[in-house]
Structures are given as C-alpha cells and as structure tokens.
Design a protein around this ligand. Structure first.
Ligand code: FAD
Length: 125
C-alpha cells in the first residue's frame, strides 16, 4: 500500500475505534460493580497491547500510565476517555474536542437496557 493509503487506513481505523470506545464508556454503568470496574480496566489494558497500529498502541500505553483508566462511574470513564483522546489530538495537532458535547455526539441506538446480561441476571430474583 502507498504511504498515503497507509495513512488513510490508519486514520479510518482510528475513527472507527474512537467511536467504539467513546460509545462504550457512555454506556458503561452509572454505578458499576467491582467486577465491571475490573472489566473496564482490563479492556483498556489489553486494548493498549493489541491495537493493530503499533506506534499508536505504544503511545497509548504511555498515556494509560500517566492517566490511569477511571472506572468509578459512567461520567468518570467517559470524561477520562475524552481527555485522553484530547491528548492524542494535541500530539497530532488536531483541535481539542469539548467534552461537554459527548452525550450529543455518541448515540449507539441501543436503548436503555443494561449492557451486561450477567449483572442484570445477578440482580434478578
Ligand atoms: P479522530 O481523532 O479519529 O476523532 C473522530 C471523531 O471523534 C472526531 O471527528 C470528533 O467528532 C470526535 N472527537 C474528537 N476528539 C474527541 C474527544 N476528545 N472525545 C470525544 N470525541 C472526540 N494516529 C496517528 O497518526 N498516530 C498515533 O499515535 C495515533 N494514536 C492513536 C491511538 C488510539 C488509541 C487511537 C484509537 C487512534 C490513534 N491514532 C493515531 C488515530 C488518530 O487518533 C485519529 O483517529 C485519526 O488521525 C483520524 O482523525 P480524525 O481527525 O478523523 O478524528
């Protein structure tokens, strides 16, 4: 693939990935259990090891060390990711995103059902 083709593919992967990550944190429980908190932390730790763009993954691992994943609530997780994405934006000389616009920007069309069937069945009698 040409250099431009590589850059375009990397950017497309980045856009799709950010969309998934932001949508996920905005659907994370408002009051997570310890298990859900562990799951989110593990998710980002493994993600930072396995993200297919090696340069991006290495930079993201450094960001995770400097700004550890915030798992205490949906708001904390969503704002943490927004601010980490803004760190990447700054490095790539892209404009800063206003994190007050998160809810208006990301809607998965998934309704209000809980994300985790295991936690919802655990809550059932
Ligand atoms: P993107 O940054 O992809 O953003 C997509 C959309 O998300 C924007 O149009 C905007 O609507 C919204 N958005 C922007 N900022 C925020 C925010 N802070 N919070 C919420 N929403 C926001 N590319 C490299 O060249 N080098 C790297 O080291 C690199 N590291 C990356 C690390 C990760 C973890 C990821 C997921 C991607 C990385 N990328 C990297 C790709 C890069 O971040 C962009 O995705 C890509 O350059 C396309 O940029 P874009 O201008 O379309 O907007």
């Amino acid at each position: 693939m040409s250099k431009l083709g590589n850059a375009t593919a990397k950017a497309e992967l980045g856009r799709a990935t950010w969309k998934l990550l932001h949508t996920m944190t905005l659907r994370y429980p408002e009051k997570p259990t310890d298990d859900e908190r562990d799951a989110l932390k593990s998710y980002f730790t493994l993600f930072s090891r396995l993200y297919p763009c090696g340069e991006c993954a290495a930079e993201f691992q450094q960001l995770l060390k400097k700004y550890p994943v915030q798992t205490s609530s949906r708001r904390a997780a969503a704002l943490w990711l927004c601010s980490v994405h803004n760190e990447v934006n700054a490095r790539l000389k892209k404009p800063e995103f206003d994190c007050a616009n998160l809810d208006a920007t990301y809607d998965c069309g998934c309704g209000d059902d809980p994300i985790s069937s295991s936690s919802s069945s655990a809550a059932s009698p």
